[in-house]
Design a protein around this ligand. Structure first.
Ligand SMILES: [Zn+2]
Ligand SMILES: [Zn+2]
Length: 139
């Protein structure tokens, strides 16, 4: 399990119980939308409002604790910051699967950005399509 308090402090944020709960919820689910996070945390803390959850998530994205994964035609999902990886995003069910980044992808990005004298600070590779379960559902 991740030390959420340390993660928040490293990123310059106070370790409030709301943030700790949100992070734990995201950690358990992997990739999750704000609505689902809210449904989960409100069970334990009924006084929490959707606006508070939303505000905290946006702040944690800004501070690099969380990463937003945009999903075409659906609400974004959020995940804890982790090693760079590739996402397979199903635009039917909204499932997001992590795939490891290969050495050659990293080499490709380095060569592109170096050629352009572009300082790379953040990268996210999302491949959008239809997952095997959704393909079977149609067939
Ligand atoms: Zn799917
Ligand atoms: Zn991911």
């Amino acid at each position: 399990m991740t030390d959420y308090a340390a993660l928040l402090k490293e990123s310059g944020l106070k370790a409030t119980f709301q943030r700790m709960n949100i992070l734990e919820c995201i950690d358990v689910h992997g990739h999750i939308s704000i609505d689902t996070i809210y449904e989960q945390v409100v069970k334990r803390h009924s006084s929490l409002s959707l606006a508070t959850v939303y505000k905290n998530i946006i702040l944690m994205v800004e501070n690099g604790v969380l990463v937003e994964v945009p999903i075409t035609g659906k609400k974004s999902k959020y995940e804890l910051i982790k090693e760079d990886h590739i996402h397979l995003v199903c635009t039917e069910c909204g499932e997001v699967e992590d795939k490891p980044m290969h050495a050659f992808t990293n080499g490709l990005f380095t060569s592109i950005t170096e050629q352009e004298h572009f300082t790379l600070s953040k990268q996210q590779i999302n491949l959008y399509g239809v997952c095997i379960h959704c393909q079977e559902a149609v067939a």
